[in-house]
Design a protein around this ligand. Structure first.
Ligand SMILES: *Cc1c(COP(=O)(O)O)cnc(C)c1O
Length: 434
């Protein structure tokens, strides 16, 4: 019998997160204060984040314990399955062994609750009453809304206007969890009003929605803090639960990957899967090739500069050294596949600079083509973001067919696409172009 699915028992769920920062060969450049351009201190972040989260952002400990109440919620869907894609292999006629780690089993349908849950937990413990955030496609907003419902926090979401209009179901999900959702740009903040004054028909951007959410937290008189779903060191650390589980699952499978692939928007699901394998490599284990897949229409890692830039459009956030297309970047309107952020996580960017991470940009029609192939062979419709990882995994497997190498490929299937069927419908109608 061929084993397809590697399921860890509940008792084997990892109980710590892995922090790569102390292991980075060249360290990590500090974030800079937006006013003084001096390195920021923990105190500078206090208006934005709960104390424990700030400590994690600056932490140099290799491991951080996962709190019991967070583990209890993780256990509702974790450990997530590692699946051998036998049918996809067969379809491609490749000698490669293809595995995927499936994060779409979470209630919100993606990996994002892995960080939303601890962010809500620590904020509640710090006496916060409300979390503000932005969302693009709606994945992060629905994950944080769910986390806030668990911990009895109010949740205020600024949703990029174009998605607010095109994705009513994600908005409905957030409202079901109790969040209040405003289209961004909105009249609720100065950043939003300025954007509307410049262009009353502005469809918004992630960078602008971040400005609004940060401003709403800063002007809340201390009642609200801000929450970010990617990019930060602490977010990447929370996501390492994915790769730590995968390590245990590869041991069950008696196999080990040569190539680890993830779709990279801000870099968190890719890093969450990849960093525990990189740790193994640092500790003398096998070398793994880590590949971040990004859209050709928002190519921060492959074409951005490695520079200090703001995380948002209005310049309210600290500056981070990262691969960036510039904080005023707006992805072209033809782009349907998510992953629209102008920057990349500083950790992923630093690893790219020293070639421990490779990057590949893939055009959206090729991504949807791979997503459809994957759905027809494995039965799961990937989120548009995740199709970027599927595309690169398929390309690697096809290369193995040509060279005859039986490489082991694992990719992060970061979410399902059940709320994104319009993008697939548009793809079938030939409305998506590169
Ligand atoms: C948000 C999201 C991404 C991109 O964000 P990262 O921080 O790069 O992981 C990828 N896939 C899915 C399904 C998402 O919801």
């Amino acid at each position: 019998m061929t084993v397809t699915k590697f399921v860890l028992p509940d008792s084997d769920i990892p109980t710590t997160w892995y922090n790569v920062v102390p292991d980075l060969p060249k360290g990590l450049p500090p974030m800079l204060h937006p006013g003084t351009r001096e390195p920021i201190t923990p105190a500078d972040l206090e208006p934005l984040f709960a104390a424990d989260l700030i400590e994690q952002e600056f932490s140099t400990a290799k491991e951080v314990e996962i709190p019991g109440p967070v583990l209890d919620i993780y256990r509702q869907w974790r450990p997530s399955p590692l699946v051998r894609a036998h049918r996809l292999e067969h379809h491609l006629g490749t000698p490669a062994r293809i595995y995927f780690k499936y994060e779409g089993v979470s209630p919100a349908g993606s990996h994002k609750p892995n960080t939303a849950i601890p962010q809500a937990y620590y904020s509640k413990r710090d006496g916060v009453r409300r979390l503000t955030t932005e969302t693009g496609a709606g994945q992060w907003g629905s994950s944080l809304s769910m986390a806030c419902a668990y911990f009895d926090l109010d949740c205020e979401v600024f949703m990029v206007r174009v998605s607010y209009d095109q994705k009513p179901y994600r908005r409905g999900l957030m409202e079901t969890f109790g969040a209040s959702v405003s289209p961004s740009p909105s009249e609720r903040t100065q950043a939003g009003r300025d954007a509307l004054a410049a262009d009353p028909h502005s469809t918004g951007s992630l960078g602008l929605a971040i400005s609004e959410a940060v401003e709403a937290a800063l002007h809340s008189g201390g009642a609200a803090k801000y929450s970010l779903g990617s990019v930060l060191n602490l977010v990447l650390m929370h996501q390492t639960i994915i790769g730590q589980e995968a390590l245990l699952q590869f041991a069950m499978a008696d196999d080990y990957p040569d190539v680890v692939i993830g779709a990279a928007g801000g870099g968190s699901n890719f890093a969450g899967l990849a960093l525990p394998f990189l740790r193994r490599q640092f500790e003398g284990g096998s070398t793994v090739r880590l590949i971040a897949a990004e859209p050709t229409s928002c190519p921060s890692l492959t074409e951005g500069s490695y520079d200090y830039d703001f995380g948002d459009t209005a310049g309210l956030t600290p500056l981070a050294k990262m691969h960036t297309l510039g904080h005023e970047f707006r992805p072209p309107a033809i782009h349907a596949g998510g992953l629209r952020y102008h920057g990349m996580a500083p950790i992923v960017s630093a690893l790219r600079e020293i070639d421990l991470v490779a990057a590949r940009a893939v055009p959206q029609t090729a991504c949807f083509e791979a997503g459809v192939l994957f759905a027809r062979s494995e039965g799961i419709v990937p989120a548009p973001e995740s199709t970027h990882a599927v595309r690169v995994a398929v390309d690697e497997a096809v290369r193995c067919r040509e060279t005859g190498e039986a490489k082991v490929i694992v990719f992060s299937l970061s979410g399902h696409g059940h709320f994104d069927m319009q993008a697939y419908i548009d793809y079938f109608a030939g409305k998506l172009t590169d």
